[in-house]
Design a protein around this ligand. Structure first.
Ligand code: PXP
Length: 260
C-alpha cells in the first residue's frame, strides 16, 4: 500500500547546464551559470544540479569550482561512473552525486543507468563517494531490476528517469504516456519500500510536472532545460517560481498540504 501522506517536503533541484550551453555557444563568459545558480537560490531552488560531462559540452571544471565556492544550497553533481569524475567528486565532496549513463553522441541523457549489468563496478565506484559523505543517487528507468540492483550496490537514493513519460506526452500518445506514468508510480512505491529515497527528473515542464509531483514517495525533482528556456520569457525567477507553485499545487491537490 502506498503511503497516504507524502514522505516529506518535495524539493526542487534546478539544473543549470543549459545556461552554460548558451554561454559556450559564443565562447565568452556570459551568461554565467553561477549567477544563474544564485538567482535560482533566490527564487526558492532547494538545490542546484550540474552535469559535468566527459566532453565538457556545457558545464566545465571551472564552473564546478565556482559553484562549490559560491552556493548556499546543496550541489548535486551529475556525472558518469568514470575514474576522472570520481576523482573530481572526491576532491569537491558535493552534497550529492548522481550517477548517470553517458554517451558522447547523445544530445542529452537518453536512458537510465544499466545498474544490473554493471553491479560490481558500480558498487566499487560509489563506495568511496559514500565514505566521504556524498549522498549517492543512481539515475534509472522505472524498472524493477534496476531498482533492485541500485539497492544491492548500497545507493541510498534513486532518480527515476521521466524522459519517456514526457516524450509520449509531447507526441500526444496518451496511452503510452499514462502507462509510463503508472510504471513510474509503481516503481516509486517499490523503491521506497526497499528504503530508497526517490527523486525524479528529465524533460519535466509546467504541463507535465504535476502528476509526478503528486507521487507521495518522490522527495526531489531535478529540472533544467525547460526552466532555462522559459526564463527567456519570464526570467529565471519567474520560471522557477511558477514551477514551484505547480509542484505545491500538485501536493496540495493530492494530500491537502502544499508544504508536504
Ligand atoms: N536529472 C538527471 C539525472 C539528468 O541527467 C537531467 C538532464 O541533465 C535532468 C534531471 C534534468 O533534465 P531536463 O534538463 O530535461 O529538465
Amino acid at each position: 500500500m502506498p503511503p497516504a501522506k507524502p514522505l516529506g517536503r518535495l524539493r526542487l533541484g534546478v539544473n543549470i547546464d543549459h545556461v552554460a550551453t548558451v554561454r559556450n555557444a559564443r565562447g565568452g563568459p556570459w551568461p554565467d551559470p553561477v549567477r544563474a545558480a544564485k538567482a535560482a537560490e533566490a527564487a526558492g531552488a532547494d538545490g542546484i544540479t550540474a552535469h559535468l560531462r566527459e566532453d565538457r559540452r556545457h558545464i566545465t571544471d571551472a564552473d564546478i569550482d565556482a559553484l562549490v565556492e559560491n552556493l548556499s544550497v546543496p550541489l548535486n553533481l551529475e556525472m558518469a561512473a568514470t575514474e576522472e569524475m570520481q576523482a573530481i567528486a572526491l576532491r569537491h565532496k558535493p552534497h550529492a552525486v548522481c550517477i548517470v549513463p553517458e554517451k558522447r553522441e547523445e544530445r542529452t541523457t537518453e536512458g537510465g543507468l544499466e545498474v544490473a549489468r554493471e553491479e560490481n563496478h558500480l558498487a566499487h565506484f560509489i563506495a568511496p563517494l559514500r565514505e566521504v559523505g556524498c549522498r549517492v543517487s543512481i539515475f534509472i528507468a522505472a524498472d524493477r531490476r534496476q531498482i533492485e540492483a541500485a539497492h544491492r550496490i548500497g545507493a541510498p537514493v534513486i532518480e527515476l528517469h521521466t524522459g519517456a513519460y514526457c516524450e509520449h506526452d509531447i507526441a500526444g500518445d496518451i496511452e503510452a504516456r499514462d502507462a509510463e506514468l503508472e510504471r513510474l508510480r509503481e516503481m516509486a512505491t517499490f523503491a521506497s519500500s526497499l528504503g530508497l529515497e526517490v527523486h525524479a527528473g528529465h524533460g519535466l515542464t509546467f504541463d507535465n510536472v504535476k502528476p509526478v509531483a503528486a507521487f507521495p514517495e518522490v522527495m526531489e525533482l531535478n529540472i533544467g532545460h525547460f526552466l532555462v528556456g522559459e526564463a527567456i520569457f519570464s526570467g529565471l525567477d519567474g520560471s522557477i517560481r511558477q514551477m514551484r507553485a505547480l509542484m505545491d499545487e500538485a501536493r496540495a491537490e493530492a494530500f491537502g498540504d502544499a508544504s508536504a
